[in-house]
Write a protein that binds this ligand. Structure first.
Ligand code: AVJ
Length: 328
């Protein structure tokens, strides 16, 4: 039986648009302008991200797909060994990679239910529907909401065995201290025997990384610029989007890919919902995203700091990407 839980409404009575407006005002009022990357993913942004995942330059998705295809039996066997479990997929999206595991688990007749979590209600609706036809035997309970909402859901089911998936190098968007905080909170809802499988993009040739975030077809540029379109659509912004360009740079010392929107000229931008005008100098940068790349040592250290031990590391054949299985 498939159903959906919508946790996306705020308890304090404010709605998503109000929260977006507040964050936009805060970010555009900073001396160094900065907007949270989670706002990329409206309907249009999610669609553009789907396109990014099939770009020749964006190796991450293909690499992780290969990890899952090559290791599906081994991974499923680890998960399924000890009776019923919840398979919780944080930021599931279209769950293309998870479906490889779901098919294998179904074939092994594993006793589990699948709990995909995503901020996109559309994505969760589509996923629920596609699973109903592709894998009718899998019990699906989609949750619409931010990651921390899913953690609350985890708490309600504390006594049941859990396997948490956090795939696609989504951890890469977190600053180091936020990633520690996030993994510790996941850990606090888990018990001995539970597991975490986390997909992480590895450090590699800086050119390869840079191209993945600055593709020749300009899809990543459109994805980044969509944030301004979204402000125009949802907050009555008056961004002239063609007066901004996408700029991506990789710092190999820090292992951080950073994305910006650069103002091509001095300009003022009015946003109706905030009844305020924001000034941009010529060539001023608005920071929109960080994507952290890890070494294996850093992954182990991060796990240890948060109460997780590495059980197995699964790599793609070129060792570009790792899916790390942690135990508590
Ligand atoms: C979804 C956060 C993993 O950082 O690689 C892709 C998002 N941004 N291209 C990433 C993204 C630009 C992506 N994550």
């Amino acid at each position: 039986l498939a159903h959906m839980i919508d946790l996306s409404r705020k308890k304090d009575g404010t709605n998503d648009t109000a929260a977006f407006a507040k964050d936009v005002d805060k970010g555009l009022s900073l001396k160094q302008k900065d907007l949270p990357s989670r706002y990329f993913y409206d309907g249009k942004g999610s669609q553009l991200f789907q396109q990014i995942m099939s770009l020749p330059e964006y190796y991450l998705t293909r690499a992780e797909h290969e990890v899952f295809t090559s290791n599906k039996e081994a991974i499923s066997t680890r998960f399924a060994g000890e009776g019923f479990f919840h398979l919780i997929d944080l930021g599931a999206g279209d769950a293309l990679k998870t479906k490889i595991l779901l098919g294998e688990l179904a074939q092994q007749q594993a006793d589990f239910d699948y709990v995909p979590v995503d901020i996109s209600g559309d994505a969760m609706q589509q996923l629920t529907q596609s699973l109903r036809s592709e894998l009718p035997d899998v019990d699906v309970q989609a949750v619409v909401g931010e990651y921390f909402k899913a953690l609350e859901w985890l708490q309600q089911n504390k006594s049941e065995r859990k396997v948490v998936l956090f795939l696609g190098s989504n951890i890469g968007n977190f600053e180091k201290k936020d990633s520690i905080e996030f993994l510790r909170s996941i850990r606090s809802y888990l018990s001995p025997g539970d597991r975490l499988l986390m997909g992480i993009d590895l450090r590699k040739n800086p050119d390869v990384i840079l191209q993945a975030y600055d593709d020749t077809a300009g899809v990543t540029a459109a994805f980044n610029l969509n944030l301004l379109h979204r402000i125009n659509r949802e907050l009555g912004g008056e961004f002239k989007v063609e007066q901004f360009r996408h700029y991506a740079m990789y710092n190999p010392l820090e292992g951080v890919m950073r994305s910006f929107l650069i103002s091509l000229q001095e300009q003022d931008v009015y946003i109706r919902a905030l009844d305020k005008t924001y000034h941009f100098e010529a060539w001023e940068a608005l920071h929109t995203e960080n994507s952290h790349k890890y070494s294996l040592e850093q992954i182990e250290e991060l796990g240890k700091l948060c109460g997780f031990a590495v059980e197995t590391v699964y790599y793609d054949s070129e060792k570009r990407f790792a899916d790390v299985l942690f135990t508590v």
